[in-house]
Design a protein around this ligand. Structure first.
Ligand code: GDP
Ligand code: MG
Ligand code: MG
Length: 249
């Protein structure tokens, strides 16, 4: 039986080790080109594991999944339009809060996400203890601790990616009652629009409350209020709670 071709996208903050992990996953089986129409580097490669052949793409580094910078838009458009089977978020073990902020935004967009907490070698040196089981339980997604320098966790990451391409997880995290009510309201408005059926309604609604220009254009809806600060605060509060139970040091 021929197995379906799996597609994986790597994303993460700048300088967390995305390209290093990409190299560890794909070895020399890579192509470097540019993203269409722009001079931003695009790295694609092939990961082989047992009888699986997996396409891997290294997305530009980003802190959010907004539509303001070119890098953000490349990463976000790829997730939306190319629909990779797994979004692999590379986090920085030494700066996990900022990494998780991006991770939550990826989870708002889609379910199949794996987190690699990279530079675990440096975190250990700095005295951090990261409980990957607790982190995984709290986030509801697979978590692997990796070091692109020592090779720790790379085989586990490969196996986790293959497994995750066949399952789906969903994040359970809520905004304030007021924002949740607005999200329901907006989802109802979006539901009737057939041209938006490919998008996650909740994600579109969150972006409208954040006054995302691209999503405003796409939906034809533009609100006269802006909840982006409250939304960011909720994400950070959620992250702080998760970190307090899963990281010591
Ligand atoms: P990117 O910008 O996210 O693609 O990050 P790079 O892969 O270019 O790595 C940025 C820097 O971090 C380089 O100097 C890497 O050698 C280093 N680096 C990457 N992964 C690790 C890791 O697991 N441990 C340590 N100590 N350094 C790492
Ligand atoms: Mg870099
Ligand atoms: Mg890179």
């Amino acid at each position: 039986i021929e197995s379906k071709k799996i597609k994986i996208a790597l994303l993460g903050n700048p300088n967390v080790g995305k390209t290093s992990i990409f190299n560890a996953l794909t070895g020399s089986r890579q192509i470097v080109a540019n993203w269409p129409g722009v001079t931003v580097e695009k790295r694609t490669g092939v990961m082989k594991l047992a009888n699986h052949t997996v396409d891997v793409v290294d997305l530009p580094g980003t802190y959010t999944l907004g539509a303001t910078s070119l890098d953000e838009r490349i990463a976000r458009d790829f997730l939306i339009n190319e629909r990779p089977d797994v979004a692999l978020v590379i986090g920085d073990a030494v700066n996990l809060e900022r990494s998780l902020y991006l991770l939550l935004q990826v989870l708002e967009l889609r379910g199949d996400v794996v987190l690699a907490v990279n530079a675990i070698d440096e975190a250990r040196k700095a005295g951090f203890e990261i409980d990957k089981h607790e982190l995984s339980k709290q986030l509801g997604i697979p978590v692997v601790l990796t070091s692109a320098v020592t090779g720790e966790g790379i085989e586990e990451l490969k196996n986790t990616l293959i497994k995750s391409a066949r399952s789906s997880s969903h994040v359970h995290y809520l905004f304030t009652d007021e924002i949740e009510a607005s999200l329901r309201n907006l989802s109802d408005r979006i539901k009737g629009n057939a041209s938006l059926s490919a998008f996650d309604q909740r994600w579109l609604s969150i972006k409208l409350l954040e006054r995302d220009k691209e999503v405003e254009k796409l939906t034809g809806i533009s609100l006269d209020y802006d909840y982006s600060i409250e939304i960011a605060e909720t994400r950070y509060k959620y992250i702080k709670r998760i970190l307090s139970s899963s990281v010591k040091g």
